[in-house]
Design a binder for this molecule. Structure first.
Ligand SMILES: Cc1cc2nc3c(=O)[nH]c(=O)nc-3n(C[C@H](O)[C@H](O)[C@H](O)COP(=O)(O)O)c2cc1C
Length: 257
């Protein structure tokens, strides 16, 4: 029996009806931020990708491309992303001189297709802060411990130890709608991964620098890096039990006039 089927069978009762199974699947999926190093069997990853390929899209255009990094390529991309992150951090803590060096060399400056650093809308701040506070609490990181927070941020670029990272690109020509389609694809992939005993973490942070990914993969010109995803087997680390919960769905529903 594989690791994947063992986990699946402990989570889902095969005799339950499909809608219960789907609800269970949706409700038990969590973002995992600490992975075991074990490689994902190719046949299993392909099964998940085939499921994700069933996602609906605008006019069935499937306006996204994915780049899958494992082994040496994964290690190379991670090393370069960590270097860029470190350079950015050094510039921030290096005062005016540090920032000047960053601007002159440009190494460490975000080169992503979409900016990942922008002012947060005020109305979304409470939810964002609560999620961040909950995560840092599970990690035992104090509110003012900036160094530990930065180390946790850096873990994004180590793919939290996952053996595989998937980068998702959306077609520029379909404007926001390809981003929407890419998100649907991403969630279908994450749910299938979960059903198959794999863990994931979607990572907008991985859209900060596109250069290291473009250096390894032939990304067609109209495609823009919108997100990354770490995928593999969850470790037993406490951080993987973090569940930020949700507000009631009624809070997302607007009232009638
Ligand atoms: C598009 C997208 C981007 C995300 N980016 C990051 C990220 O860069 N780093 C991270 O640790 N988590 C990231 N997350 C995970 C979210 O924080 C997480 O989905 C949210 O807190 C809800 O928790 P859950 O996935 O465990 O239900 C991202 C999730 C999505 C859907």
């Amino acid at each position: 029996m594989t690791l994947a089927t063992t986990i699946f069978e402990t989570m889902f009762d095969a005799s339950s009806n499909p809608s219960d199974t789907l609800s269970q699947l949706i409700r038990t999926r969590r973002s995992v931020r600490d992975f075991l190093p074990h490689a994902i069997p190719e046949v299993l990853l392909n099964k998940v990708l085939e499921d994700a390929n069933g996602a609906p899209s605008w006019s069935n255009t499937q306006p996204y491309r994915i780049a899958i990094a494992s082994g040496d390529v994964r290690a190379k991309i991670s090393a370069e992303l960590c270097t860029l992150f470190d350079l950015g951090m050094a510039a921030q803590s290096g005062g005016v001189l540090g920032k000047l060096r960053l601007l002159l060399t440009r190494r460490g400056l975000p080169d992503g297709d979409f900016s990942t650093q922008f002012p947060y809308p005020d109305d979304l701040q409470p939810q964002r802060r609560a999620t961040g506070a909950g995560l840092y609490e599970v990690l035992g990181i104090g509110r003012k411990d900036i160094a530990a927070r930065n180390r946790q941020m850096r873990r994004n670029f180590e793919f939290f130890g996952a053996p595989t990272a998937i980068f998702l690109f959306a077609h520029k020509g379909l404007r926001e709608f390809s981003v929407l389609d890419t998100g649907i694809f991403l969630n279908t992939l994450m749910l299938s991964a979960h059903a198959n005993g794999l863990a994931t973490c979607a990572q907008g942070a991985l859209a900060t620098w596109a250069g290291p990914i473009r250096a390894e993969f032939k990304i067609p010109v109209p495609y823009q890096l919108i997100s990354g995803l770490s995928i593999g087997y969850a470790s037993e680390a406490a951080v993987n039990n973090f569940n930020p919960g949700r507000s009631e769905f009624k809070e997302q529903q607007v009232g009638s006039r």
